[in-house]
Ligand binder design. Structure first.
Ligand SMILES: [Zn+2]
Length: 207
């Protein structure tokens, strides 16, 4: 991917995610990372998604050195950098505040494995990462701790993090996290929920 293609992808998926209400206002942030070039392209801080353009994206290195950009990078760029450094297979990250999933993060509980889609798309349940001060690298470090064999997690009292080899992949995972949280909330209101058994999860993974 060229840097221009990276700018375009981050712009397109941020507009789509905003339209889907995965985040409100100017919250949420998305990035892609090219390991070969050591270049991350991330959404800028405080630019409305309705009017955002590929040129508004910020191009930087994982140590924070800005290469190109008219705006400051998302205040959570350190979280993105920490995940890219710890997980070399990851090339795209989306961070949302999608309401049903973030409600679980406010309850300080993960989302149990209640739906079949969670197995192929998310690796199983959606774990909860411990709270860390927004804007610090610790947000990413805590997420990495729970992301082994998972493609998304909740950030305590904050939101959702989904990872992937592309933004398309990270985005669909963020969508499934919100979907699982929504269905789980409705099911819990109906009565006790039944989570999938370890045997059924294993059969789906390996069967
Ligand atoms: Zn956030």
């Amino acid at each position: 991917m060229t840097i221009q293609e990276m700018r375009q992808a981050v712009c397109d998926w941020s507009k789509q995610s905003y339209a889907e209400k995965l985040f409100a206002g100017t919250s949420g942030n998305l990035s892609v990372y090219d390991k070969e070039q050591d270049v991350m392209v991330i959404t800028p801080t405080s630019v409305p998604y309705e009017t955002i353009t590929p040129e508004d994206m910020v191009v930087l290195r994982l140590d924070g050195e800005i290469l190109e950009g008219n705006y400051r990078p998302s205040s959570e760029w350190r979280m993105h950098a920490a995940v890219y450094q710890a997980k070399p297979e990851v090339s795209a990250i989306i961070h949302t505040h999608s309401p049903y999933a973030t409600a679980f993060a406010v309850n300080n509980r993960g989302i149990p494995t209640i739906l079949i889609e969670m197995v192929p798309f998310l690796g199983g349940d959606v774990p909860l990462a411990k709270f860390a001060v927004p804007g610090t690298r610790a947000v990413g470090d805590e997420a990495v701790k729970v992301l082994a064999e998972r493609t998304g997690c909740l950030l305590a009292n904050h939101g959702v993090l989904a990872i992937g080899a592309s933004l398309e992949q990270a985005h669909i995972r963020a969508v499934y996290i919100e979907d699982a949280a929504k269905i789980c909330s409705i099911a819990m209101a109906n009565g006790p929920i039944v989570t999938m058994s370890e045997a059924d999860i294993a059969a789906m993974k390996h069967g």
